[in-house]
Design a protein around this ligand. Sequence first.
Ligand SMILES: [Zn+2]
Length: 152
Amino acid sequence: MECGATVKTYLLLKPPFVSEKKAIWDVIRSADLVAPYSSTNSLNLCNVQKYTALENLWKRGYYRPPWLWSAVEAIKAIKRMNITVMSDPVGAGHKRGPHNCGKCDHEIKETVKEFNITQDLHVLERQADCECKAVWQEVLKYDDLLFDSTIV
Ligand SMILES: [Zn+2]
């Protein structure tokens, strides 16, 4: 920009009524679309705040915060497009925040923080797998079918 200002774009991973798979696709596509206008992207992982419509959905079992695997997947894809992306995993590992199985959450959170500073994809690529990754992969398959199905 002429005045020297820079633009930071905030992307929200997994708003309500979107499947896990579509939520990942949405932030990757959005990062690509804003890339010409944005100097950096902040990937915000949706969490459940008190006294909100989202909390109401969550309490009734209609919403689950994003998996941390989804965040890692999205960050990797965005970075592979040569786009700067950072993510502060607020509330990671808590039931109201982005979470995996409970065992691997802390390590993934630390890995994402390290990536924020280094912007080095290897940091994420050498992230150790966890047995819950297979569960997440199944969620990606079936969660999408549920959201796209037509109620007759
Ligand atoms: Zn795990």
